[in-house]
Design a protein around this ligand. Structure first.
Ligand SMILES: Nc1ncnc2c1ncn2[C@@H]1O[C@H](COP(=O)(O)OP(=O)(O)OP(=O)(O)O)[C@@H](O)[C@H]1O
Length: 270
């Protein structure tokens, strides 16, 4: 089981605003720059300073954003490889891409949805879309597991923040995806949501490929692998235990600070 990014580039051309309505400059911004790396089964924490490209990497990997060039190869089953690239996107024909997306669960940073369906209808609809054999049962399981029974009949768009974030987490897991991508998962989660998220993460070590993009270094302590990004590139990738063995207290936080100190020193000498 493996995801491989091969020379992936993404530049944003337009002056648009992001989900926080932060205005971007007119000139093109680098999202990913010749990004090349690969990860295997387990949990990978994607780290890096603001603007390093973490969100862009997750969106491209979720096949919700088209790279300018390069390719992403997913091997999620033996003898079966799927690819996402500009040319695959241009070929149209929804089915290969739909089948890829069905294997990916994506939790965006913004944990709200404008969905008008109720929580129950929405899970039922998604379970049918994913061609699950017993969609009603799957919807009921998710509602129970993510503590949403009291909101079963609420339109998704009207959920309070905590339950909305739990809904977004549960939605990403409808089809029990083999690839789980999370952008700042702790943001917006209430206490119950946080506990459930930690339980889910504990189960994922042996269960597929999980990427967690975060600035919360405590979350990264649960990762098997650390992937450090800088200016759209992969600066470091390795087993957490090996990388952090070199810093005095062995924490991700100290390792990260050391890496940022090197970066600052490097850019001063340029
Ligand atoms: N929609 C967009 N339009 C223009 N530029 C963008 C857009 N989204 C991201 N960028 C730019 O791409 C670069 C990478 O942004 P990205 O959000 O992927 O980084 P990040 O590491 O997730 O940052 P943060 O930790 O702040 O969320 C930044 O320079 C950002 O300004």
């Amino acid at each position: 089981m493996r995801i491989e990014w091969s020379h992936v580039n993404k530049r944003y051309q337009d002056s648009v605003t992001d989900y926080r309505h932060r205005p971007y400059n007119q000139e093109a911004q680098t999202g990913l720059l010749d990004f090349t790396a690969s990860v295997r089964r387990g949990i990978t924490a994607v780290l890096g300073p603001e603007g390093a490209g973490k969100t862009t990497l997750l969106r491209v990997t979720a096949a919700s954003l088209v790279p300018d060039d390069g390719r992403i190869t997913y091997q999620t089953r033996q003898n079966e490889v799927q690819v996402w690239s500009r040319s695959v996107a241009a070929m149209g024909g929804a089915s290969p891409v739909d089948s890829l997306r069905r294997r990916i669960g994506y939790v965006p940073r913004k944990k709200r949805s404008r969905q008008e369906l109720t929580v129950e209808e929405s899970f039922h609809y998604l379970a049918r879309f994913c061609r699950l054999p017993r969609p009603r049962i799957r919807a009921a399981e998710l509602i129970a597991k993510w503590g949403l029974a009291g909101y079963r009949k609420h339109p998704v768009k009207d959920l309070p923040d905590g339950p909305s974030a739990r809904y977004i987490m549960a939605r990403s897991l409808v089809a029990d995806p083999v690839v789980w991508l999370l952008d700042e998962p702790a943001e917006g989660l209430d206490e119950l949501g946080w506990e459930l998220f930690c339980e889910e993460v504990a189960e994922r070590h042996a269960k597929g490929i999980t990427l967690i993009a975060t600035n919360d270094l405590k979350i990264a302590e649960a990762a098997d692998v650390l992937l450090l990004m800088e200016n759209g590139t992969c600066r470091r990738l390795g087993q957490r235990k090996l990388l952090t063995a070199g810093v005095p207290d062995g924490t991700v936080s100290s390792w990260y600070k050391t890496m940022q100190t090197f970066s600052a020193a490097r850019s001063r000498t340029k």
